[in-house]
Design a protein around this ligand. Structure first.
Ligand SMILES: O=C(O)CCC(=O)C(=O)O
Length: 262
């Protein structure tokens, strides 16, 4: 199974519309992949707080339309990263997953909002539902950026059947070591693939870490990007998940919380 992570640059000199068109073209270029991933809030920028309300879209808005068409044209599963969703008065940091036919398979509203008492944490509402995308070869759990710091979310996703985690992000360069370390930790402790896709460039004065990374269920880094825009392509073997869980069955030794059925 081939996966492509599109570490797109979010630069302020490109309009949201132009970036949407460019992202769709980049997805279409990955028609040889089975799964394509975009990062967090790539239309507007994860730190462009002042634009959240003005650039917010309904669930089935322009980002949805562009990504549904790109998934169908490429014939790929597409985790289209996240965008600012408006639902009534509320804003959410919402991820979309499309089938190779371009149908919406599931969406996920980021549960842990970043910023403490400012930014996303006050501007956005929190999601509450754990979501696992039913990919036929590799069911993957959805998490977004700051969620990476909360291991109980990932354990919940394992209990819901996840064999992998897809994590779009807009992680800042200042804490890049945390990003790389936590991506590996989530893979090792859950014996699952981690596909973590960040952004390149800088927006709202925040340098992005880039360094999108794919980690296997043993914790080995299969591929890692640099800081500039690039597409990271890897081959995954879904069988590695049950094999790892069977040969080193630590998930069966859980004492607290539900036992994983693996
Ligand atoms: O946890 C971090 O250090 C970064 C989180 C973040 O930037 C986000 O969730 O948007």
């Amino acid at each position: 199974m081939r996966a492509s992570l599109i570490q797109i640059a979010v630069n302020p000199d490109e309009s949201v519309d132009a970036r949407r068109r460019r992202a769709a073209a980049l997805v279409r270029d990955e028609s040889a992949s089975d799964l394509v991933v975009l990062p967090e809030l790539w239309p507007v920028g994860a730190f462009a707080y002042e634009a959240f309300a003005t650039d917010a879209e309904p669930l089935r808005g322009p980002t949805y339309e562009a990504m549904a068409a790109a998934a169908a044209d490429a014939g790929v599963w597409l985790h289209a990263g996240s965008f600012v969703e408006r639902d009534g008065e509320a804003l959410y940091n919402t991820s979309l997953v499309f089938s190779p036919g371009g149908e919406l398979v599931c969406s996920y509203r980021k549960i842990h909002r970043f910023g403490f008492d400012q930014g996303e944490a006050v501007l956005m509402s929190a999601g509450s539902e754990l979501v696992v995308a039913p990919h036929p070869e590799l069911p993957f759990g959805l998490a977004t950026c700051y969620d990476l710091r909360f291991p109980e979310l990932f354990r919940g996703l394992v209990d819901a059947g996840a064999a992998a985690f897809v994590i779009p992000a807009g992680w800042p360069e200042r804490r890049r070591e945390h990003w790389s370390l936590l991506a590996r930790a989530r893979a090792v402790e859950n014996q699952a693939y981690v596909l973590a896709c960040g952004t390149a460039g800088a927006h709202a004065g925040v340098e992005q870490a880039g360094h999108s990374v794919v980690v296997d269920p043993w914790g080995e880094v299969l591929a890692e990007a640099g800081r500039t825009e690039e597409v990271l392509t890897v081959t995954l073997d879904p069988e590695r998940v049950p094999e790892t869980r069977a040969s080193f069955p630590a998930l069966k030794d859980r004492v607290l919380g539900p036992r994983a059925p693996h």
